[in-house]
Design a protein around this ligand. Structure first.
Ligand code: B1M
Length: 215
């Protein structure tokens, strides 16, 4: 297979042997972020489709996810960056009950490489932990990620909890993850939350949103 097709297939197959060499060769032709967007994410999409249609079992999905993470970790040091920080602070968490973190971690990379500070507290985070970390780190924006349909319900509960605690005005919220839709966030959740809640389709929209919220 040609190099870029092979990279995509590596993600689908969860094949890490020789991955670094292929990534090294790929970087001779494309920027690291382009490789993530055009080839690695394409592989994850295939994985999602195969899993969704019952043609791929969970342990193999996990291997693909680990390969994806290894590839992103390999490319990350080669990305163009302004990691001076100081433009604003974003808290990132995957919500309670949800382990999916590849998308959240991409948001972390893109946003922190563009002059923001990111406090990434990981997966399965209950609302208390999210709000405590937000306060402790004095963040400007709270970002929640979730890929399961039930995570969208948790996000709604979290926003209601923030209303109850009277901190909605203080914290704009950014939401992302494959289970959400723009209209669910911008119509339904916008009605729930007394502060500012926005949807980011991908990591770049997340960055744009930070730029808008912090300007
Ligand atoms: Co899971 N999983 N999974 N899974 N998994 C999905 C989400 C699913 C859609 C697959 C399917 O059925 N087609 C399905 C959910 C169905 C539903 O809820 N309706 C599903 C399921 C069912 C499950 C389990 C329940 C399976 C089981 O145990 N029977 C289980 C859940 C465990 C749990 O959370 N409690 C499970 C487990 C796993 C693995 C552990 C094997 C693995 C995750 C590994 C990991 O993340 N460390 C996994 C994976 C890899 C997937 C799929 C195949 C790929 C997800 C991914 O990483 N995509 C996924 C299929 C799919 O999404 N269609 C699936 C690539 C990633 C870059 O995209 O995260 O969407 P994404 O991020 C995007 C944007 O959404 C956005 O930016 C990114 C791109 O730039 N974004 C943000 C994301 N977060 C953001 C936050 C922001 C802004 C933008 O601001 C805060």
């Amino acid at each position: 297979l040609p190099l870029f097709e092979r990279l995509e297939k590596r993600i689908v197959d969860g094949e890490r042997n020789g991955l670094d060499d292929d990534l090294e060769a790929a970087m001779q032709e494309k920027k690291p972020l382009q490789i993530v967007n055009e080839n690695l994410l394409a592989g994850m999409k295939v994985v999602g489709d195969l899993f969704g249609s019952g043609q791929m079992q969970l342990p193999f999905v996990l291997q693909s996810a680990e390969t994806m993470k290894a590839a992103v970790a390999y490319l990350e040091p080669h990305m163009e960056k302004d990691d001076s920080g100081g433009k604003g602070k974003l808290l990132l968490a995957t919500v309670k009950g949800d382990v999916h973190d590849i998308g959240k971690n991409l948001v972390d990379i893109i946003v922190s490489n563009n002059g923001y500070d990111v406090v990434n507290i990981g997966i399965k985070q209950p609302v208390n932990a999210i709000l405590e970390a937000a306060d402790e780190n004095k963040v400007d924006v709270i970002g929640m990620s979730g890929l399961l349909v039930k995570s969208t319900v948790i996000m709604k509960d979290n926003l209601q909890e923030m209303n109850t605690r009277g901190i909605a005005e203080k914290y704009p919220v950014m939401l992302g993850g494959a289970a959400l839709t723009r209209s669910f966030v911008e119509n339904d959740l916008d009605e729930v939350y007394q502060g500012d809640v926005r949807y980011a389709k991908d990591a770049f929209e997340g960055l744009n949103l930070m730029d808008r919220l912090m300007s």
